[in-house]
Design a binder for this molecule. Structure first.
Ligand SMILES: Cc1cc2nc3c(=O)[nH]c(=O)nc-3n(C[C@H](O)[C@H](O)[C@H](O)COP(=O)(O)OP(=O)(O)OC[C@H]3O[C@@H](n4cnc5c(N)ncnc54)[C@H](O)[C@@H]3O)c2cc1C
Length: 403
C-alpha cells in the first residue's frame, strides 16, 4: 500500500495573505522560504529517515537557507511571527525537522541574548549557519515541571566550575556540539542560585547517553555530569541569572510550540479533506456523509481558532508586550486542539489511518509530545487561572471579596 502523496505535493498552503493584518511585509517572502524548506525536509525524511546522520543534514540544510538567523536578529528583538511561520511550515512536513529547528533555537537564543562577544563568535555563529548543533539542558530526573528544584550543582574552583548532576529528555543531545546546561551554584538560594553554562561535547566528565526511544522519532538523550570542569568563560550570564535565562528563552519559544501544532493540524485537515473526497462507501464519497462534514467543519474552526491565538500572542510579543497569559493560552489551546483534529483526521481515514507511513499516522504520534514539553497543558492552566485570579483580586475592594 503506498501513501497518497497528493497533499504532500501541494505543500502547506501557508501564506500571510489570509491574515495579513498580523504580518509585516517581510513575512510574505519568509512564508515562501519556509514552504520550500518544508518541502526539502519532507523529501529528506522520506529518503533518509530520522537517523542522526539525517538530522545533521537537516540542520545543515536549514542553516544554509538562513532560517536559524531568526534566533539572533540583528536589531536584538526576536521576530516571533517569523519563528511561528517557520515552525508551522516545518511541522506540516516533518515533526523531526520541526524539533531540530526549535531545539537549535533553544540552544542559540540564550547565547544571543546573554552571551559575550567571544561566546557568540565561538558557539552562536557556527550554529546559526547550521555548521554546529545546539541543545538546551534544563530537565532532570527529579525536576521536570518544577524546574527551579533542579539538583545539578556548580561549584566554583578558581577559574573553573565543577558541574555534577543528571539531565534527562534533552533533545539533540546525541548529536549536539554544545549544550546550554543549567546548574545551581548556590543551592541554599533556590532558583536564585541557578546559573547557565555552555558545555561543549567532549568535555571530560560529560557523558551523553541516548537515544531515548520515543513515540515519534526524535533525537533525544540524557546527560550525566561527573566532575565536569568548565572554565569560567563558559558561564552564560551572571551567577544566579540562569533561571531568568531559562524562563525568558522558554517564554519566547512557547508560542512557537503552538505554531508547530497548527502546522501538524493543518496537514491533518488537508489529508482528511482529500481522503473524504476520494474515498467512496455506499456508492458515494464519504465527504457526502453529514457526520464526516461535521468532523471537517469542527476541525476547520478549531484550526482557525488555534492559529489566531498563536498569531495574537506572537504579534503582541513583537510589539513589545508581556505575553505570559497569551502565550500560555496559545500553547495550551493549539496543542490540545491539534491532538483532537489529528485524531479526527485519522478516524476519517478508517483503517488506513493506522497504517505506518500514512501522514495522519505519523502526525498522531508526533503531536503527543507538544502537549508536554516547554510546559505541560496543566501548567499552562495554572498560569492562566493564577493571573485571572490575581487580576480579579487587584480589581476588587476588600468588601467585594467577602462572600
Ligand atoms: C519530546 C520531548 C522533548 C523534550 N526536550 C527537552 C529539552 O530539549 N530540554 C529540556 O530541558 N527538557 C526537555 N523535555 C522535558 C520537558 O520539558 C518535560 O518533560 C516537561 O517539562 C514535564 O516534566 P516531566 O516530564 O518531569 O513531568 P512532571 O513534571 O513529572 O509532570 C507529570 C504530570 O504532573 C503534572 N503536574 C506537575 N506539576 C503540576 C502542577 N503544579 N499542577 C498541575 N499539574 C502538574 C504535569 O502537567 C504532568 O501531567 C522534553 C520532553 C519531551 C517529551
Amino acid at each position: 500500500m503506498t501513501p497518497d502523496e497528493t497533499v504532500a505535493r501541494r505543500g502547506p498552503q501557508l501564506s500571510t495573505d489570509d491574515l495579513s493584518f498580523f504580518f509585516a511585509s517581510h513575512h510574505a517572502a519568509l512564508a515562501s522560504l519556509a514552504r520550500e524548506a518544508a518541502a526539502e525536509m519532507e523529501v529528506l525524511e522520506r529518503e533518509h529517515g530520522t537517523t542522526h546522520e539525517a538530522a545533521r543534514s537537516a540542520i545543515a540544510a536549514l542553516g544554509a537557507r538562513g532560517l536559524f538567523q531568526y534566533f539572533a536578529p540583528s536589531g536584538g528583538t526576536i521576530d516571533l511571527r517569523a519563528l511561528c511561520l517557520i515552525r508551522e511550515a516545518l511541522a506540516w512536513s516533518s515533526g523531526a525537522a520541526d524539533s531540530l529547528f526549535a531545539v537549535q533555537g533553544l540552544g542559540c537564543y540564550p547565547i544571543h541574548a546573554y552571551g559575550t562577544d567571544e561566546q557568540k563568535r565561538r558557539w552562536l555563529a557556527p550554529a546559526l549557519e547550521g555548521r554546529s548543533i545546539a541543545a538546551f539542558g534544563l530537565t532532570e530526573p527529579e525536576a521536570g515541571t518544577d524546574v527551579a528544584s533542579l539538583r545539578t550543582t556548580a561549584v566554583s574552583e578558581g577559574d573553573h566550575w565543577r558541574l555534577d548532576g543528571d539531565k534527562v529528555f534533552i533533545s539533540n543531545a546525541p548529536i549536539a556540539d554544545h549544550i546550554v546546561i543549567f546548574a545551581n551554584a548556590n543551592p541554599t538560594a533556590g532558583r536564585k542560585g541557578i546559573t547557565a553554562f555552555l558545555v561543549p561535547r567532549g568535555t571530560p566528565g560529560l557523558t551523553i547517553s541516548g537515544q531515548i526511544p520515543m513515540v515519534a522519532d526524535h533525537s533525544i538523550g540524557a546527560l550525566s555530569l561527573r566532575g565536569c570542569l568548565v572554565p569560567d568563560d563558559h558561564r552564560l550570564g551572571a551567577v544566579g541569572q540562569g533561571f531568568a535565562i531559562a524562563m525568558s528563552t522558554l517564554d519566547n519559544f512557547r508560542v512557537t510550540v503552538g505554531a508547530a501544532a497548527v502546522g501538524m493540524a493543518r496537514r491533518a485537515l488537508q489529508e482528511a479533506t482529500r481522503r473524504a473526497v476520494v474515498r467512496h462507501q455506499f456508492s458515494k464519497p464519504i465527504a457526502e456523509q453529514q457526520q464526516i462534514q461535521g468532523y471537517l467543519a469542527d476541525m476547520c474552526a478549531e484550526l482557525d481558532a488555534a492559529r489566531l491565538l498563536v498569531l495574537r500572542a506572537a504579534l503582541l510579543r513583537d510589539q513589545g508586550s508581556n505575553i505570559t497569559q497569551e502565550a500560555a493560552i496559545a500553547k495550551m489551546y493549539a496543542t490540545e486542539a491539534a491532538q483532537r483534529i489529528i485524531d479526527r483526521a485519522l478516524q476519517i481515514h478508517g483503517g488506513l489511518g493506522v497504517v505506518r507511513g500514512i501522514a495522519v499516522e505519523r502526525l498522531y504520534r508526533e503531536i503527543r509530545a507538544l502537549r508536554i514539553y516547554e510546559g505541560t497543558t496543566e501548567i499552562q492552566r495554572v498560569v492562566i487561572a493564577t493571573r485571572m485570579i490575581q487580576a480579579e483580586r487587584a480589581r476588587s475592594t476588600p468588601s467585594e471579596r467577602r462572600p
